[in-house]
Design a protein around this ligand. Structure first.
Ligand SMILES: NC(=O)c1ccc[n+]([C@@H]2O[C@H](COP(=O)([O-])OP(=O)(O)OC[C@H]3O[C@@H](n4cnc5c(N)ncnc54)[C@H](OP(=O)(O)O)[C@@H]3O)[C@@H](O)[C@H]2O)c1
Length: 217
């Protein structure tokens, strides 16, 4: 699969990218600046010692991809989506975006649309299904692709066929993924990230996570 990671020059996107490349996917890091993306891709290839990771500007990355991942700060998500709207259309958009309001990033906050994911879906329209994933996985866990991750990935989206794309990619990146219901539930999953940031601070750890218990299958 060809995966574009818009904002893949950042911590969260590059951590996912390196794991997907290790699993054999072709990954394109997207950036507002093609040169920055190319440099970041070169660094990831060096870190991994293998793998098909390239870099380009966000629209070109989205155009070349089968699936598009959005990994930018909340305040910039609509601008980035708008810059690549035509190139994303019709593809599954997996968003990792969490709406945080500095300086109180450990206080849960919802945008007017209910969640960053719902806002993205409203902006893109029904032709482009949005799936929310990876909001509760700290970047510190992702950077080393050999580091085992015991946090679950909660996947929210309105159609099973689109969620299954994200579930497969989470498993390819070494995580257990759980269908957490429709996209409207992303408001809870995004809010949990603020809770985890607060736990990180109080316990002086880099990446507290969540685990769903009681599952038999
Ligand atoms: N870091 C984590 O542990 C973590 C965990 C869970 C969820 N998340 C969420 O994942 C998303 C990405 O996190 P991150 O830590 O990787 O973020 P980040 O490093 O701050 O930003 C990611 C990329 O977004 C682009 N960007 C930054 N500011 C921008 C702006 N004002 N306008 C347009 N593009 C901008 C930059 O790419 P270019 O300069 O190359 O364009 C940057 O490399 C966020 O929504 C975050 O809340 C993060």
């Amino acid at each position: 699969m060809i995966i574009a990671v818009l904002g893949g020059t950042g911590e969260q996107g590059s951590g996912l990218a390196v794991r997907w490349a290790k699993a054999g996917h072709r990954v394109i890091l997207g950036s507002r600046t093609a040169e920055k993306a190319e440099r970041a891709a070169e660094a990831l290839r060096g870190r991994l010692g293998q793998g098909d990771i390239r870099g380009s500007d966000n629209p070109a990355a989205a155009a070349a991809a089968d699936v598009v991942v959005l990994s930018v700060p909340y305040d910039s998500q609509l601008g980035i989506l708008e810059s690549a709207r035509d190139e994303i259309r019709g593809k599954v958009l997996i968003t990792v975006v969490v709406p945080l309001r500095p300086p109180k990033v450990s206080h849960a906050w919802r945008p007017e649309a209910g969640s960053a994911a719902m806002e993205a879906q409203g902006h893109l329209g029904g032709d482009t299904p949005v799936v929310a994933a990876f909001q509760n996985i700290g970047a510190s866990h992702l950077a080393d692709p050999d580091h085992p991750i015991d946090s679950d990935v909660l996947i929210c989206g309105d159609k099973a066929e689109n969620k299954s794309v994200a579930i497969d990619l989470a498993m390819d990146a070494g995580m257990r993924a759980i269908d957490a219901g429709p996209l409207v539930n992303a408001s809870v999953v995004e809010g949990l990230t603020a809770v985890l940031i607060g736990i990180n601070k109080r316990h002086r750890v880099p990446g507290a996570g969540i685990r769903i218990t009681g599952l038999t299958g």
